[in-house]
Design a protein around this ligand. Structure first.
Ligand code: SF4
Length: 102
């Protein structure tokens, strides 16, 4: 099953990174710089709506609707397979290695 953009529309989504698997290549930061950023430890972390980098391992932020496509591309291209997007309403992963089509 392939998750399409229209399947995700209307559901609030959140994203987190499993830093244990992050390779630090920075691909996600290129695709979605408003959502992902490399910290000084060389690993990617999420940024909140204020642009603050959340340095706690596995920290979660809301996926801005405007950034959904860029976040989706990040998940698809992430070599560490460590970006997870889940629906907030039921906690189901809809994009990422633990999703139905992951
Ligand atoms: S694309 Fe994946 S492996 Fe690469 S920096 Fe981002 S989270 Fe880490």
């Amino acid at each position: 099953m392939t998750v399409r953009d229209e399947d995700l529309r209307g559901d609030a989504l959140e994203v987190w990174i499993d830093q244990d698997l992050c390779t630090g290549d920075g691909i996600c930061c290129q695709y979605a710089p408003d959502v992902f950023e490399l910290d000084i430890d060389g690993l990617a972390y999420v940024r909140n709506a204020d642009g603050d980098l959340l340095q706690d391992t596995g920290a979660t932020v809301l996926v801005p609707t405007i950034a959904l496509r860029d976040v989706t591309d990040s998940v698809k291209e992430c070599p560490g397979e460590c970006i997870h997007v889940r629906r907030i309403s039921d906690g189901v992963e809809v994009l990422g290695p633990d999703s139905a089509d992951g």
